[in-house]
Design a protein around this ligand. Sequence first.
Ligand code: PHE
Length: 457
Amino acid sequence: MKKEASERSSFSGKFGYVMAAAGSAVGLGNIWRFPYLAAKYGGGIFLLLYLVLSVTIGYTLIVSESALGRMTRKSPVGAFSSFSKKPISKASGWINAIVPMLIAPYYCVIGGWVLKYFVEYCKGSVHELADDAYFGNFIANSGSVELWFIVFAVVTLFVVFTGVTKGVERVSKVVMPLLVVIAVLIAGYSMTRPGALEGVKYMLVPNFKNFSIMTVVSAMGQVFYSLSIGMGILYTYGSYLKKDVDIENSTNQVIAFDTAIAILSSLMIIPAVFAFAGGTPEALNAGPALMFITLPKVFDSLGFGAIGGMLFFILVLFAALTSSISLVETSVSTFEDELHLSRTKSSILMGVITIALGTLSALGFGVLDMIHLPHIGSILDIFDFLTNSIMMPIGAAATCFLIIKVVGTKKIEEEVSLSSKFRFKKMYDVLIKYIIPVCLIVVLLSSIANAIGLIEI
Ligand code: PHE
């Protein structure tokens, strides 16, 4: 049955909300994606742009999505249609709502890879993992990838099934602070290796020679991905938010936490790339493979091998798990609200979708490797591209449009002001009306240009 607003479960308070939102934001995007993009797109200059974009555009969109969620007490589809009954409005809500349903399956596949690496380090396979061919052989072994994927997916589904406050909050409260401690330890170790200082400089000091339009485009895409914007997630979390929780302040904390983890992750990985692989352009350009290929080599040569690897991969595992929980939770909540299914039925439906679509991605490097698009890649890359590069900017643009044309910035200001001073009201207005829509179009067009091979991202 449809839940009434009063029955809707809610976060116990601000700490729970911030931890859950940060738990969604901090994930593979921070630990695996941010360092490889930063390595590739100029280190310090990428970081500088990322910081500027996250406190302007990131801030504005998180505030908007959370406020709309709290105002309507609905997940994205309900939130959009409670303002306008036009079909376009419902469709805009669904664009936001479908994204997490498509990301969750392949996210669980990568979660499975991380789980496999963690287990291998527990078994002490430090030298084996450091072998050049290890990662490639592993992902080509469809049976093994499928198995680890299913374990990761089942854990995620179990946590979601136990309910939002009980599940997400309990996991996040323990995991997130622990994550910071482990990240600081590894980054400290990595930065003090001989030769690592060059890497620290590369990462922290902006060098304008490394600037290009692709630095802006990739930094912006990463802001969306990393903060879980444009995917309906923050609507859903906002809908669980009590009226007295300070949205503005919580947003700032989530951004600070997410960015801190991204920087820490870079400081674990990039100085080590300089210390152990000489910081050559090839090493810095390793791309998505950086974490799975370069880092095990680093652990192997570091001498604290198995323990380092275990610590690192357990950190990644926890971060990936809280993000996948948020993806599945949002989807289950959409099914409950829009299809009027019980929580149990919604969870089962999402379980079936996750296993079915995830299996396609899991097998895409092995038995299904003939399915491959030029400029995009395997099945997993196709899902990643479709969601992050096409649907996500459209979803975020729909939110902007809803606010500008239908709800009005005044209403958002009122909602945010219920519990916050909203000091950045003016900046918010300018960004949501003019700057963000233009930026979204730039991201969308450059993604499409990249997909058809016009530019290289
Ligand atoms: N933001 C998460 C990360 O950085 C990924 C994610 C994307 C999670 C979309 C939820 C929704 O890994």
